[in-house]
Design a protein around this ligand. Sequence first.
Ligand SMILES: Cc1cc2nc3c(=O)[nH]c(=O)nc-3n(C[C@H](O)[C@H](O)[C@H](O)COP(=O)(O)OP(=O)(O)OC[C@H]3O[C@@H](n4cnc5c(N)ncnc54)[C@H](O)[C@@H]3O)c2cc1C
Length: 437
Amino acid sequence: MTATGAVWRNWARTETARPIRVERPSSAGAVQRAVRAAAASGLPIKAAGAGHSFTGIAVAIGVLLELDDLSGLVAVDRDRRYATILAGTRLSDVSRLIAGHGLALQNLGDIDRQTIAGAISTGTHGTGIAYPGLAGRVRAVTVVTGDGSLRHISEEDSPELLPAIALGLGALGVIVDITIECVDAFVLRAVETPEPYAETVHAAEARARVSDHFEFYWFPHTDVALTKTNTRLPSTSRRAPLPRVRRWVDDDLMANGLYRAACATGAVVPVMVPPLNRAATRLTGSRRFTDHSHRVFTTPRSVRFAEMEYAVPVGELAAVLDEIRRLIDAEGWRISFPVEVRFAAEDDVWLSTASGRESAYIAVHRYYRDAHEDYFRAVGEIAGRHGGRPHWGKIHYLGAQEIRSLYPRFDEFLAVREQFDPQRLFANPYLDRVLGP
Ligand SMILES: Cc1cc2nc3c(=O)[nH]c(=O)nc-3n(C[C@H](O)[C@H](O)[C@H](O)COP(=O)(O)OP(=O)(O)OC[C@H]3O[C@@H](n4cnc5c(N)ncnc54)[C@H](O)[C@@H]3O)c2cc1C
């Protein structure tokens, strides 16, 4: 919770803001009043979610709206499997609330601390070549626009605007609630195992096509890929969750605790990074477990890092990875954090990184105490040469002109922005950069 006059910080500590005023509306009416009051005093206004974006997309320079009190389940349409959820609801709470109705989110990224509004607004996705990101499942949005009016956009009301508002970068208004199409609750069988890197890259597309959810991590300076393959099973399947102690040892102690120590060592003594990475891959054993979908998709992440992620056409994946590997070798960089590879289905959301094309996602990370800019800029250039689109919530260096060339519907999005926020009440420096003033 941020007090008025206090500093707001994002999770990765890459962005800070000192908003002039902080408000915590708990209803659509209160959001409308806050927007009108900001407009009357000439201040920009911005809703922040959980602050898990690595970019300055959530930075509020005037009024900061914190929506923790605008949280919960509004309605469930069991026949259509639609759940209407208040904007500030954390994804972990969404999963819990809809489970009571026999429903689950179709797919999730690797954590669930984000709010539903923040997640859809930046194109948050998981892995699965047949499954779109969260914004691709949005069926209605209620939003307060720049003049303080409340608009409901759905498959029935102004459906032509749905592909814009479903991933609006926070530029079109303050979202009050979201209707998302869910699926019947299901369990996932997870198989996680270290494998040779070269073969994994070679077979990645084929494996993504035969698996429900395939992804892998490659630790630079090693020849090992840690693969994760999740298979969807009916909710009645027998669960075999990781024992609590094993989960703690693997996810908290090994994946986070030991890893934090290794990253901290690598930050001070970079020469230690390659042996530490090799040790990390050796220590990571195989594991299999079966559990409720949201417990398998997500894992705790307590080691802070900075991240960049690009979506590229699936056929470009191997070439991009090869160039990144050669780049790291050529520059002599010591990179302690892994490169993560995931997949997503094509969708029709205008500013989705998977808009109009099936995508492979390549994410690079650096420990938050390590300098990331040279590495990220160089990887961004490689991905850019292969048609890459940067994740809106993760660090990148593109501006409106380059982004326009990546999205065929970019100008239509700007036209909706003109209609919803002609005074640029919801602008901030990041949006000025990526959308233009
Ligand atoms: C550890 C970690 C793991 C991550 N894993 C993944 C992953 O697996 N896949 C992936 O794709 N991304 C991932 N991300 C990125 C993250 O999902 C996105 O950056 C997401 O936007 C964060 O959601 P948030 O609630 O923190 O939103 P914030 O970062 O606070 O805000 C994001 C945007 O949403 C807008 N917004 C928030 N609420 C509203 C509202 N009510 N109305 C209008 N606009 C609003 C904000 O103004 C801002 O523009 C990860 C991030 C971290 C830190």
